[in-house]
Design a binder for this molecule. Structure first.
Ligand code: ZN
Length: 150
């Protein structure tokens, strides 16, 4: 059992590698797992999921959500001793459209800029609130490929 599911060898508290922030979009749980698998991180990260991923944290339209994220991030730091947060936004995101309007995701280039801006704002806010954390930010395509921005 433990060999088949090595993640169960870890406890509810302990030393984990990251918190991953993802969107609620039903198309992305599996690609996200595959991506984390490619990074050999299965069972080694906590996950926080709400609409828009980093957009849910930083968009003025969703401003009442942010406290839940910061509290969960702090809880994961306390419980899992994570040194890093990884935000993975995705293309064709309905929440991005709600937050910023259809014009801001009108074509792939504008969409990229919109996500990049949200991810950079996310970096800034994490840096201010949790300066000890490393930060990775990326944008996942529908085929699961992740483009990282730093
Ligand atoms: Zn989304």
């Amino acid at each position: 059992m433990l060999a088949a599911f090595p993640q169960f060898a870890f406890g509810a508290e302990g030393n984990y590698e990251a918190m991953v922030v993802t969107c609620i979009d039903p198309r992305f749980p599996l690609p996200t797992i595959n991506y984390m698998k490619s990074r050999k991180m299965i069972g080694k990260y906590s996950q926080f999921t709400f609409a828009g991923a980093s957009i849910g944290v930083v968009a003025p339209a969703f401003k009442t959500w942010a406290p839940a994220f910061w509290d969960n991030l702090a809880a994961s730091m306390q419980l899992h001793h994570i040194p890093k947060v990884i935000a993975i936004n995705h293309r064709d995101c309905g929440a991005a459209k709600i937050a910023y309007g259809a014009d801001k995701v009108a074509n792939p280039q504008i969409e990229t800029e919109t996500h990049k801006a949200a991810l950079m704002e996310f970096r800034k806010q994490v840096g201010e609130k949790q300066p000890s954390l490393k930060i990775e930010t990326g944008l996942m395509a529908l085929n699961g490929k992740v483009e990282m921005f730093s």
